[in-house]
Write a protein that binds this ligand. Structure first.
Ligand SMILES: Cc1cc2nc3c(=O)[nH]c(=O)nc-3n(C[C@H](O)[C@H](O)[C@H](O)COP(=O)(O)OP(=O)(O)OC[C@H]3O[C@@H](n4cnc5c(N)ncnc54)[C@H](O)[C@@H]3O)c2cc1C
Length: 452
């Protein structure tokens, strides 16, 4: 066996979960090989150059929050955390399709108290709705609100939230963080989001936006890994995991290369795991669990227009199909060819099969309704990106059954935003799953490290 092809751990998939697990293992002086089937790193969190405009755009606009400690630690290791725009405090403009607006601003106090004051100042909520929202937030903060196996909608009703406040206050948060309708998604995850982010510590709720394309945040990783005795190979799709004595011993790639290790982390989606595992694995419990996930789409619409946009970084839209608009010129580093708006339709099942052009036109019409100052804008160029499997759908049923990093095969681990992180499918969830997998490799009694 060629010693150069032998590793302490092989990580399959260079999304955020795979990158984080490889990074943590390399920091512990383990020799790591990371194999990625595409030619880019970042997985779903990637960017590319739009050919017509020459501008860098993301696979879908990503927003981070101050509570993303694990994901932010990856960027700090790679020295790219300086490429982020950070709000001084949580501040979310709400724009209505009838031209009205509102603002959730947490600038009086930091942390949960600031958010509470922000809710008190919302114009569109009645006094009794504000009091109910604050009482609900307090119950969450004190751990008194029990979500059980309810959906977020059932839970909010049980906590005396009116359908009006569910629509204008809670639904935008649920769609943005859980990529699902309140009537579908697990209340337990919603509670977790509120606890960690909106009612969390000091800066937990502040929004953070990349000033560069997403890929630029992670692009130093292959060089970083090389300096830490590891290898990141792009364009190397793993086709099969080889087992010996009921343990993984190697992987075989599409190009026919064989790489050896007794520890393998599969940081790839459930469907891809099934594809590379041997038929014998079918008898294992974790293999069956891979079939239980369903997925929810996100539609990202990029609009280049010829008019200046109001001076704000982003806004939540209400009464429209489009839910968020991000004003790229307001926070991106590079010069952008004209005014560039990045719009998001989360849980976009209703429009996912529509023509790109009609999605873009509808989105532009909605922007014009919400921002009358651009009602005469001409559309110079558009791009619609449909991610049918953007995130797993976190129903109460799935939430109870998300799989941990351990499989029932020694030396074989899983990672990914869909594993049991107690968080929705987010960059932070993916980073946490990478942490769990790396920890499992390091602490597994039977792990054999060949180079330590
Ligand atoms: C449009 C969109 C918008 C989003 N917005 C946000 C947001 O605003 N905030 C937020 O926090 N999160 C957001 N997310 C979610 C976030 O992007 C994901 O949770 C995260 O990137 C998932 O990382 P991962 O490592 O779990 O999986 P992935 O990113 O899917 O990585 C898996 C990797 O494995 C590779 N792979 C698969 N099979 C093989 C194989 N056989 N061999 C080798 N490699 C293989 C794939 O090519 C891929 O690179 C968004 C996602 C989408 C799609």
């Amino acid at each position: 066996m060629n010693i150069d092809n032998k590793f302490d751990c092989i990580v399959i998939g260079a999304g955020v979960s795979g990158i984080h697990s490889a990074l943590l293992l390399a920091k512990q002086n383990k020799r790591v090989l990371l194999l990625e089937s595409t030619l880019y790193i970042g997985g779903r969190a990637r960017s590319f150059i739009d050919k017509q405009s020459g501008d860098s755009i993301d696979n879908g606009q990503h927003a981070l929050m101050g509570c993303y400690t694990q994901f932010l630690s990856i960027l700090s290791t790679l020295n790219t955390d300086n490429l982020l725009y950070r709000q001084p405090h949580l501040s979310v403009p709400f724009m209505y399709s009838d031209g009205h607006s509102d603002m959730l601003k947490a600038d009086v106090f930091s942390g949960a108290l600031g958010v509470a004051f922000g809710i008190l100042n919302l114009k569109k909520l009645s006094l009794s709705e504000k009091i109910s929202a604050l009482y609900f937030a307090l119950r969450i903060r004190l751990g008194l609100a029990k979500s059980g196996s309810l959906t977020a909608f059932e839970f909010l009703l049980s906590e005396n939230q009116s359908t009006h406040s569910i629509e204008i206050l809670w639904t935008p948060i649920i769609l943005a963080t859980l990529n699902g309708n309140p009537k579908e998604v697990a209340a337990s995850l919603f509670v977790q989001v509120l606890t960690l982010a909106f009612l969390g510590k000091k800066d937990a709720s502040t929004l953070i936006l990349p000033k560069v394309g997403l890929s630029d945040l992670l692009s130093p990783f292959p060089d970083w890994l090389a300096k830490h005795n590891g290898i990141c190979k792009l364009g190397e799709s793993v086709e099969e995991i080889v087992f010996q004595d009921s343990r993984p011993s190697a992987v075989i790639t599409k190009s026919g290369e064989i790489y050896h290790s007794h520890s393998i982390i599969m940081a790839i989606p459930p469907k891809s795991i099934k594809r590379i595992l041997h038929k014998e694995c079918k008898e294992y419990e974790f293999y069956e669990a891979l079939d239980q996930y369903t997925f929810s789409p996100i539609i990202s619409v990029y609009l280049w227009i010829d008019k200046e946009f109001p001076d704000l970084e982003f806004a939540a839209l209400l009464g429209t199909n489009t839910q968020w608009v991000f004003h790229k010129n307001a926070f991106m580093h590079n010069n952008i060819s004209s005014t560039l708006l990045s719009c998001t339709v989360s849980a976009g099942n209703d429009s996912i099969d529509d023509e790109g052009a009609s999605i873009a036109m509808q989105c532009l019409q909605e922007i014009k309704l919400c921002f009358p100052s651009v009602k005469d804008a001409t559309l110079l160029h558009w791009k619609v990106i449909k991610e049918k499997h953007a995130t797993f759908l976190a129903t109460p049923e799935i939430e109870n059954k998300r799989h941990s990093t351990y499989t029932d095969i020694e030396g074989l681990f899983i990672a990914g935003d869909w594993t049991d992180t107690k968080l929705p499918a987010t960059l932070e969830g993916a980073a946490i799953s990478g942490y769990h997998a790396a920890n499992a490799v390091l602490t597994s009694k039977s792990t054999v490290f060949s180079h330590s």
